[in-house]
Design a protein around this ligand. Structure first.
Ligand code: F6P
Length: 193
């Protein structure tokens, strides 16, 4: 039986500053997560041999995977939801300066598309080839981003589209999903930093 492991990148500089999007590097805490990851991958019986790691094309996911000694693949389709003209802002800043946009997103987070960017619906569409490829693969460890992981997680747990934007995917946590015939079994390990 094969499993899919999921993790967000380690804490990034933008996470620390509360800014969305961007292509920042890992924070000191995030770097610790990256350094501890091989040990936890081994503990969680992933076994680096035969495991493929998929990251996005963004620096923070590639840095998170850096110490893992296995085959790696970068996918642009795994990049974080594009916040368009709001990229690099904090939620507070958006609320104060673009209250109408904030309200629209609040009213329908799944369908709301950032100006010049994407919605969760767009992300679900761009993940289709990823999901198809996953079906043909063995054990894969996906290291990417909050919004993207919500969609992948929701797919394997059969959640409704409207639920996706609200799924809790914490930092520094490895989620193991094992799809069975009628359900997906889940295990989690949080890496103490
Ligand atoms: O804050 C981290 C982050 O990954 C942002 O880059 C991204 O815009 C956001 O989370 C997605 O979460 P939400 O859809 O809840 O704003």
């Amino acid at each position: 039986r094969r499993s899919i492991w999921l993790s967000r990148h380690g804490e990034s500089q933008f996470n620390v500053e509360g800014k969305i999007g961007g292509d920042s590097s890992l924070s000191p805490q995030g770097l610790k997560y990256a350094a501890l990851l091989p040990e936890y991958v081994a503990k969680f019986s992933i076994g680096e041999k035969g495991l493929t790691v998929w990251t996005s094309s963004m620096a923070r996911t590639i840095q998170t995977a850096r110490h893992l000694n296995c085959q790696k693949l970068e996918w642009r389709a795994l990049d974080e939801l594009d916040a368009g003209t709001c990229d690099g802002f904090t939620y507070d800043y958006i609320e104060q300066n673009f209250p109408h946009e904030a309200e629209l997103r609040n009213n329908d987070k799944f369908h709301y598309r950032y100006r010049g960017g994407e919605s969760y619906m767009d992300v679900v569409r761009r993940l289709e080839p990823i999901i198809m490829e996953l079906e043909r693969q063995g054990d894969v460890f996906i290291i990417c981003h909050q919004a993207i992981l919500r969609c992948i997680y929701g797919y394997y747990h059969n959640l409704s589209l409207e639920e996706l934007p609200f799924i809790n995917v914490p930092l520094h946590t490895i989620i193991k999903l094992t799809p069975m015939t009628y359900e997906t079994i889940e295990e989690r390990v949080t890496v103490p930093i």
